[in-house]
Ligand binder design. Structure first.
Ligand code: AMP
Ligand code: ZN
Length: 112
């Protein structure tokens, strides 16, 4: 997926402020942060979105959530709490079609 922005960030072909990396996951600061902590957590392997994920994608998706927990705790939000959200498809507000979890903390926001 060479035309995918987040694949290019994973491959270090586009710049990003990388906060976390392991064998399956990369996380980087959102370029337009909506809270003091706003990180995007993505699987290294390209998956378009939750709306098209397959059973075999579940481990990478789950690893993103576990990475989000680790990033939030390292940033000091483990006890305070934080939000992890994913926008799915056009009416879900998804703009980048490489699945990503928004990890948002440090500001009280609207609830789902
Ligand atoms: P979504 O609407 O859920 O697809 O979210 C896409 C997010 O990607 C938005 O919050 C953007 O601010 C963010 N974004 C777009 N381009 C970049 C980039 N080059 N580096 C970091 N974040 C980005
Ligand atoms: Zn991609």
């Amino acid at each position: 997926m060479t035309d995918c922005l987040f694949c290019r960030i994973v491959a270090r072909e586009s710049s990003a402020d990388i906060e976390y990396e392991d064998d399956r996951v990369v996380a980087f600061k959102d370029i337009y942060p909506k809270a003091p902590l706003h990180v995007l957590v993505v699987p290294k392997r390209h998956i378009d979105g939750i709306q098209t994920m397959e059973r075999g994608d579940a481990e990478d998706i789950g690893r993103c959530l576990y990475a989000a927990r680790q990033i939030a705790e390292r940033a000091g939000y483990g006890d305070r709490g934080y939000r992890v959200t994913v926008n799915c498809g056009a009416e879900g507000g998804q703009q980048v079609y490489h699945v990503h979890f928004h990890l948002v903390a440090g500001r009280r926001g609207t609830r789902a």
